[in-house]
Design a protein around this ligand. Structure first.
Ligand code: MN
Length: 270
């Protein structure tokens, strides 16, 4: 009798479990189906500015797949400002990781691989939510570093030359004034990020900084030159002194490339 009652007891428990589990199942609604099934291709594929190259003066960054660009000089070529070990770690490890993470995130979405990294970053809201932050951080990291390597050179430094010299004087009063404001904006960025010289939609030069790996293009600004103020960019030589790094960095600025980018940022808008 006892065993029979126990069996009935178990039976009731099992029945109740089924009832409870059944009640917990989400009722499929029109809305939940449509959010999970939103086809990526149906998102606005591009804004009117998405064809503007940013990574290079004449071309945007491919995402099919994203590739780590070669450094345009040796690891020890920028010793005037950055030591070889930092350059090697920064390029081969940090930048490479951004590229790998971006490719991993886009594997699930072949349609997105057909777009440029710049186009993805300009349309963050249109990206699937599950990869949005990954694309923002790693697509941004890939783009920012691709620009960074180009706007430095072993024979860089000194006074700016060409059109950008005139524009800097006109906008900031003098090169010294510009350098001071740029360094201050780099120091002011709390935590990790970048300091930039950008062109705004009114075609003016402007100094700005961004957190993490955010790109100025996410705010409609064209990055002409930028300095990386993440600790990984300077800690081996400069330790905690970001200000010393910011000061010394001007010894490797590639004014030829900065000029090219400044001109590209104007031409692309016409
Ligand atoms: Mn970096």
């Amino acid at each position: 009798m006892f065993f029979l009652r126990q069996k009935i007891g178990y039976f009731l428990v099992v029945i109740m479990l089924f009832v409870v589990l059944g009640a917990c199942q989400p009722v499929p609604t029109e809305q939940s189906q449509s959010t999970t099934a939103t086809p990526v291709a149906a998102q606005t594929p591009a804004t009117t500015t998405s064809s503007i190259p940013v990574a290079y003066p004449d071309r945007a960054l491919s995402a099919s797949p994203a590739q780590l660009p070669k450094l345009p000089y040796d690891y020890n070529a920028l010793e005037k400002a950055i030591d070889a070990e930092t350059m090697k770690l920064h390029h081969d490890r940090h930048h490479a990781t951004y590229v790998d993470n971006l490719n991993d995130a886009l594997k699930k979405y072949p349609d997105l691989q057909k777009r440029s990294v710049e186009s993805l970053l300009r349309n963050m809201e249109g990206l699937p939510e599950d990869i949005r932050t990954t694309v923002r951080n790693n697509g941004g990291g890939h783009l920012n570093h691709t620009i960074f390597w180009q706007i430095m050179a072993p024979n860089g430094g000194g006074q700016p030359t060409g059109e950008i010299a005139t524009e800097i004087n006109k906008t900031f009063g003098s090169f010294e004034g510009f350098r001071k404001q740029f360094n201050e904006a780099g120091s002011d960025r709390f935590g990790s990020g970048w300091v930039w010289l950008v062109r705004n939609p009114q075609d003016q030069l402007q100094i700005t900084n961004t957190p993490n790996q955010d790109s100025p293009i996410m705010e409609g600004l064209y990055p002409i030159m930028g300095n990386d103020v993440w600790e990984h960019a300077y800690y081996l030589r400069y330790r905690n002194s970001r200000a010393d790094y910011l000061n010394n960095w001007w010894n490797v600025v590639n004014w030829t490339e900065v000029n090219r980018r400044a001109q590209a940022s104007l031409q692309q808008k016409t």
